[in-house]
Design a protein around this ligand. Structure first.
Ligand code: PLP
Length: 326
């Protein structure tokens, strides 16, 4: 497997017993990373070794819970309100009562970053259904658990943003919304993991997931965009794409620069004949896509619109967000 994979490498790495890895971009961290991070669980902070959940938590037993992956840059949390809104939407959809207000969640999250003395990094925010018995009935679980983990993640090497990624189409289809709606960011990512395994086995950087109609839904952890004759297209949420926060930033940048974006069904053929393509996600940020199923996309190099998107996105991430240290 290549090291430059999008989406999976950063957030899939279990690091519970390892020292936190230094970020590639050391210049942006105000202070050195703590050797062991402090993890928030239900109002208290624990060392990595002591941060544990019950084996009877339905988050573990059934993947019953929800999460968000959030980044902070330059001492500010990027798009925090949007992430919390999506978390609350996921909760409502699965009838999970988050045991605190959005305001209290914001404070818990900011305090976790402060406790870890970080200015740039990644936050994993998790709400599990809580402790129950071995039956799947969520009514057994009286109190959901809130877990907040920070990491000073290694960014993809700059070369990946310059040279782009390759994808393969996976046989594993995105879950049909009538089974489990992909708009719910649940702890059950087995569908995406099965596709990720296919991408790994094909030695590709990411896996493209289609919906039941055979149209593009998204990648295993990123939204997909193509560009044809200066016009940007991305699948609608109804095609099985997560309502990505980074995706929304692309819409904003496009509006600001006068580039048209249309949410439309995209076939593999349209992907193959696109002039440019890119992926978006909190972990991957905006990353060029240069090969799909062995076919070079456009010139096989990141195109001009993608490159402009990346540089504007970087400006926005460094200049906006909820201040952590006030
Ligand atoms: C399945 C899936 N699609 C898309 C995304 C990108 O969404 P965002 O930009 O909000 O991180 C993610 C990442 O959270 C994801 O897990």
């Amino acid at each position: 497997m290549k090291t430059s994979n999008a989406g999976g490498a950063v957030i899939d790495q279990p690091k519970s017993r390892e020292a936190v890895k230094p970020a590639v971009d050391k210049s942006t961290a105000a202070k050195p990373a703590a050797k062991q991070s402090k993890i928030y669980i239900d109002g208290k902070f624990y060392s990595e070794a002591d941060a544990k959940v019950s084996v009877f938590d339905h988050g573990l037993l059934y993947g019953d819970g929800i999460f968000e992956g959030i980044r902070f840059y330059n001492g500010r949390v990027f798009r925090l309100e949007e992430h919390l809104e999506r978390l609350w939407d996921s909760a409502r959809s699965i009838c999970l009562h988050i045991p605190m207000s959005q305001r209290a969640m914001t404070e818990a999250l900011l305090e976790t970053i402060r406790q870890n003395n970080l200015r740039d990094g990644y936050i994993r925010l998790i709400v599990t259904r809580g402790v129950g018995n071995l039956g799947l009935n969520p009514e057994q679980c009286k109190t959901p658990s809130v877990i907040i983990i920070t990491a000073q993640i290694a960014l993809y090497p700059e070369a990946v943003y310059k040279n782009g990624l390759s994808i393969v189409t996976c046989a594993t289809r995105r879950t049909n919304p009538s089974a489990l709606n992909p708009a719910v960011k649940s702890l059950n990512y087995l569908n995406n993991i099965m596709a990720r395994i296919e991408a790994n086995q094909a030695n590709a950087d990411e896996g493209l997931m289609l919906n039941d109609e055979g149209n593009v839904a998204e990648c295993t952890a990123d939204n997909v965009f193509i560009i044809k004759r200066g016009h940007i297209f991305t699948p609608p949420i109804t095609a099985g794409a997560l309502r990505g926060i980074t995706r929304a930033v692309v819409f904003e940048i496009a509006a600001e620069t006068g580039i048209k974006v249309t949410e439309a069904d995209i076939t593999r053929h349209e992907m193959f004949v696109a002039d440019e393509a890119f992926l978006t996600g909190t972990a991957a940020e905006i990353i060029p896509l240069v090969k799909a199923d062995g076919r070079p996309i456009g010139t096989g190099k990141p195109g001009p619109i993608t490159t402009r998107m990346i540089s504007r996105f970087r400006e926005i991430t460094r200049e906006t967000g909820t201040p952590i240290y006030t």
